[in-house]
Design a protein. Structure first.
Length: 673
């Protein structure tokens, strides 16, 4: 049965309410939008929050691009991801846990029938159809054999009925943990092929290496190109990977040998060229990702857009002479055409809509050979809908997933501006949100909210958390301080060996000063908040100033010396973010640590961290909490059970994060009436 795309009649101004905490459970968004080969349909994952299960449901929906008809392929309690059209568009592969374990499924479009075609022991990823549509390639983790040490340990036999403690876990690998997964089983990712009408999966790659990412079939369908690092020391080589091809017989050939990382291989329609993305091989915290094209006959490659000062990604071929890529520019994601002569022309600039609670720049697109583009489309007050642009028409929305909620709410208005930093007069790009029914003649409390990364960026994108601040009467300012991406490589590198420092502190304080100059901010009610790198910046700031009434820091790093040796990101951070190891460059680590400034802090500070966080472990939060307690500074530690670094991934935790901050700020707000 067909359904419309959920368009809702707008409420009148008198009927509208402000955005509430409970509204977060009602939000929906589109992801993984995939246009069919003929452009007639878009399959996408419809994400909706389940108030009973406190999680996000991921169902599979279809939109007809001509009529806008919108219907579920699957909408139930199971999870559906990775929709992937067959070359002819007659079938749609996807991954689902319908049976209780993630398996590959195929839906036959004309017959309106679906079936699981795999019986796998682990979750499959990176689905890719063979050119003839007869096979599916995918990657999957395969458990490693026990090491010599682990297998040599004597384990007495446990008597029948006995209840012993769990066995100790032996860790011998460098990369043994991951945020969101904890301490992992020792496993390696390998590439498999599976008959598209079902059968047994066949493993193509071997060895104690990880193989994966985008899987590109050669035009003849006799081999698969992938990215990986097959060095024995690969776990320590954070800035190195190569492209390889593996034949269906399992023979592997290395295709690249230059320094740096490679990803996203994709063949031109005629099979003459292979495009891919290359990252830097230098030990630096940030460098632009570059677009390269390999002549498949000679396997010689050239870099396109060498002088383009932005990172590019997600290449698609439009014919044999043009590529379509995405890139981020000044807080927005754009889609552009690139010719083999390195000419670039923007196509779209309203890619948006993959939420995190805060206004991170995000989004994705897919494209068929005719140039039809499906993408996640949104803006500052519209979250993640399905957008579509055919090869010869203007872009349009095909869904309105939140019209029933956001269309009935008066949201805070988002304003864009720039200012000069007191650090060195650099121009800083920023936005501020005014509360619903804003009156410029009144005076409002201010929240400075700082993004994570630090090599990420905010932009004019929907933010549930910041809209909650605005709904409660706060003006919210957020900036893309030095180190942020989408402003070029030099700007991102301004934080090289200065994270955190007085330099980015100057960017943040100048944002506060710029807001005060606008005349509607109550200078007696200033607050600061941020998560991850933003949590570092907030705790660093209160060690340098007492201007803020209160601070709310989520997932902060407090002591870099201990952090890098307890977190899952330790190898990459030590190699690329610091001038040496903690025992070689201890003074540098200490200077970057908010704990070094804790003796100055007088600002009441709330700390909000997931107890299972392995990116910024809760031990850092505990250090700061205990230090502030010893100093007699008002402080609260909010520990979120079972939550990892994405502490607001579950809807109730997103609500808890912002509502705890609001309650903390209210405690220290001055009444100036």
């Amino acid at each position: 049965m067909l359904a419309t795309a959920g368009l809702s009649l707008p409420a009148t101004a008198e009927e509208k309410q402000v955005f509430s905490a409970e509204d977060i459970f009602a939000l929906e968004y589109a992801s993984d939008v995939q246009v069919s080969p003929d452009g007639s349909q878009i399959a996408y994952v419809r994400n909706s929050n389940d108030i009973m299960q406190d999680n996000t449901r991921r169902n599979l929906w279809i939109v007809d691009t001509a009529t806008g008809q919108h219907y579920p392929l699957y909408a139930d309690d199971a999870s559906y991801t990775q929709p992937t059209w067959s070359p002819e568009g007659d079938r749609l592969a996807f991954v689902s846990n319908q049976s209780g374990r993630n398996q590959i499924h195929v839906h036959w479009v004309e017959q309106e029938r679906s079936a699981a075609i795999s019986q796998l022991d682990a979750a499959p990823a990176n689905l890719s159809w063979s050119p003839d549509g007869r096979q599916l390639a995918f990657s999957m983790e395969v458990e490693a054999q026990a090491t010599e040490f682990a297998s040599s340990v004597h384990r007495p036999a446990m008597p029948d009925g006995a209840q012993w403690a769990k066995r100790p876990v032996v860790v011998e690998r460098a990369q043994y943990q991951a945020d969101g997964r904890g301490v992992m089983r020792s496993a390696y990712r390998h590439i498999f092929v599976l008959p598209a009408d079902g059968g047994s999966a066949r493993q193509l790659t071997e060895g104690n290496f990880n193989h994966g990412g985008t899987l590109a079939w050669t035009p003849q369908g006799d081999a698969i190109v992938f990215a990986g690092n097959r060095s024995e020391n690969f776990e320590f080589e954070s800035r190195l990977s190569h492209l390889y091809q593996v034949s269906l017989d399992g023979d592997i050939e290395q295709l690249t040998d230059e320094a740096g990382t490679k990803r996203n291989p994709v063949f031109s329609p005629d099979g003459q060229h292979l495009a891919y993305i290359q990252g830097t091989g230098e030990a630096v915290p940030y460098a632009n990702s570059k677009l390269r094209v390999m002549n498949w006959g000679s396997q010689q490659s050239d870099e396109l857009l060498s002088d383009f000062d932005r990172s590019v990604g997600n290449p698609h071929w439009l014919g044999n002479e043009t590529l379509v890529v995405s890139y981020q520019d000044r807080g927005r994601t754009k889609i552009a055409r690139v010719t083999l002569r390195s000419r670039i022309l923007d196509i779209l600039e309203d890619v948006s809509g993959l939420p995190s609670g805060r206004p991170y720049n995000s989004g994705m697109f897919s494209m068929n050979e005719q140039g039809d583009i499906a993408y996640t489309r949104g803006h500052a007050t519209r979250l993640g809908d399905v957008g579509f642009k055919s090869a010869d028409t203007e872009p349009r929305y095909l869904t309105d997933l939140n019209g029933d909620v956001l269309g009935q709410r008066t949201l805070g208005e988002v304003h864009e501006f720039t200012y000069q930093s007191q650090t060195d007069d650099s121009e800083i790009h920023a936005w501020y949100i005014t509360p619903p029914n804003f009156d410029p003649d009144k005076s409002y409390p201010l929240v400075l909210e700082i993004h994570g990364g630090p090599h990420l960026n905010y932009g004019p994108h929907f933010s549930a958390e910041l809209q909650r601040y605005a709904a409660e009467g706060y003006v919210v300012v957020y900036n893309n301080y030095r180190g942020s991406t989408s402003y070029g490589e030099d700007f991102a590198m301004l934080l090289n060996n200065k994270y955190a420092s007085v330099d980015d502190f100057g960017d943040h304080m100048s944002a506060v000063d710029a807001m005060l100059e606008m005349g509607f901010i109550d200078e007696e009610n200033l607050f600061i908040a941020g998560g991850s790198a933003g949590g570092i910046a907030a705790t660093y700031a209160v060690g340098l100033t007492d201007r803020f009434n209160a601070a709310a820091a989520t997932n902060p790093v407090i002591n870099w010396v201990s952090k890098v040796l307890t977190a899952d990101s330790y190898i990459g951070q030590i190699q690329n973010q610091f001038p040496g190891t903690p025992w070689e460059a201890h003074d540098h680590y200490w200077q970057r640590s908010p704990l070094s400034l804790v003796g100055n802090v007088t600002t009441p500070t709330m700390l909000f961290t997931g107890e299972s966080d392995r990116r910024t472990p809760i031990s850092d939060t505990e250090q700061y909490y205990q230090a502030l307690q010893l100093r007699g500074v008002d402080t609260a530690m909010v520990r979120v059970p079972d939550a990892y670094h994405g502490v607001s991934a579950r809807p109730s935790n997103m609500i808890a994060k912002v509502e705890h901050a609001l309650a903390w700020f209210e405690r220290y707000k001055k009444d100036n009436d």
